[in-house]
Design a binder for this molecule. Structure first.
Ligand code: KG4
Length: 338
């Protein structure tokens, strides 16, 4: 079964063709990062307009790259939540039109479910159940993935997402947007014990996280150094920051895997590209006898192939949408269907 899949929830426009949820025939991505860099973050209106400008071309290019005919497409899947509402609407409307024109089913896919499914593309042998740490620019959560479509959230951030925190740290240090990768690169070689940064714990909610205090602490360190004229060890600040984020995420994910009895630990989302988090996950998985799955960095960020992968399993589960499908800025990961 060939699914055409569409992703436009933030600042990447992407269209892919995926066979049977596991084989990527084509994956076209246009990153708008260059358009937003000058503003230091995503400007929703610019994002929506840019999606409109490129989405048709990307679809044509995906079909050409896959070497198929449009009539070979069996269904259209689209990320319909969560995301920037204007941006998501572009993908949803394109997908509705494409499904209608092709006369094939339309499958709504939760964006974070897509991030999790990126692992099915990277690891053909991976099947649920597993414990997943999903860490992206807009979401940070720990989920028990019981089956391809049955997921239960064990904990999530109470405020900022981990990726948002990386982006804010980059911004205050004058690093380019999106900031996760530059902070990651600068952190290498730094002393991760030099700056004491908070790792929040929430009473009665062991798997919930909070990053706003950490973000504020980094901003204060930078501003105080500027005001006093002190020299800032930027590399060590990035290393200390990455350590604090990792210490918020990794022990919780491992504890959740142990509590649920899952033997497989899976990471997903743009922040899963972080070298410190990847190294800590590897060490913790080994120490706790867990099998670890972390997608290659290319599949951590937003792409449409992951939507096609999850779309296939949603389709098998009977999930369909009609021409009244809406886009949603927020939606719980564990809600089934559209
Ligand atoms: O999953 P993603 O591409 O988009 C969302 O669905 O949100 O995640 C983007 C986030 C951004 O905040 C970006 O700075 C962060 O992932 N990111 C990283 C790294 N690469 C991307 N954060 C830490 N280390 C990285 N190497």
């Amino acid at each position: 079964m060939i699914i055409m899949s569409v992703e436009s929830t933030c600042d990447e426009t992407a269209v892919a063709l995926v066979r049977d949820g596991r084989e990527v025939l084509a994956d076209q991505i246009f990153s708008q990062a260059g358009l937003h860099a000058v503003y230091g973050g995503v400007v929703p209106e610019i994002a929506s307009r840019s999606h409109v400008e490129v989405i048709f071309q990307l679809a044509d290019r995906a079909v050409a790259a896959a070497g198929i005919r449009k009539s070979d497409i069996d269904a259209v899947a689209v990320a319909y939540a969560p995301g920037l509402i204007g941006a998501v609407l572009v993908g949803v409307n394109f997908a509705k039109s494409a499904a209608s024109a092709l006369g094939v089913p339309l499958i709504p896919v939760h964006h974070i479910r897509g991030h999790i499914a990126a692992n099915y593309l990277a690891f053909p042998e991976l099947e649920p159940p597993f414990l997943c740490l999903a860490i992206s620019g807009g979401n940070t959560l720990i989920a028990d993935v019981r089956s391809y479509t049955d997921m239960h959230i064990l904990g999530s951030t109470r405020d900022d997402a981990a990726g948002e925190c990386f982006d804010k740290t980059a911004r205050v240090l004058g690093l380019p947007y999106p900031g996760g990768r530059p902070v990651d690169e600068l952190s290498r070689g730094g002393d991760d014990t030099k700056y004491r940064l908070p790792v929040a714990h929430i009473d009665g909610a062991p798997y919930d996280m909070s990053f706003s205090g950490l973000k504020t602490a980094v901003v204060n360190i930078v501003h105080n150094a500027e005001q006093r004229g002190d020299e800032l060890d930027r590399s060590s600040l990035c290393a200390s920051f990455a350590r604090a984020v990792s210490e918020s995420l990794v022990p919780r994910a491992v504890a959740a895997a142990r509590e649920t009895g899952r033997t497989k630990l899976v990471a997903a989302g743009g922040v899963a590209a972080n070298s410190r988090i990847r190294a800590d996950l590897a060490a913790a998985a080994q120490a706790n006898g867990l099998e670890l799955f972390v997608p290659p960095p290319k599949l951590c960020g937003d792409n449409a192939a992951m939507i096609g992968a999850q779309g296939y399993y949603e389709y098998l589960d009977g999930v369909r949408a009609g021409s009244d499908l809406n886009a949603y800025a927020t939606m719980e990961l564990d809600r089934r269907g559209a």
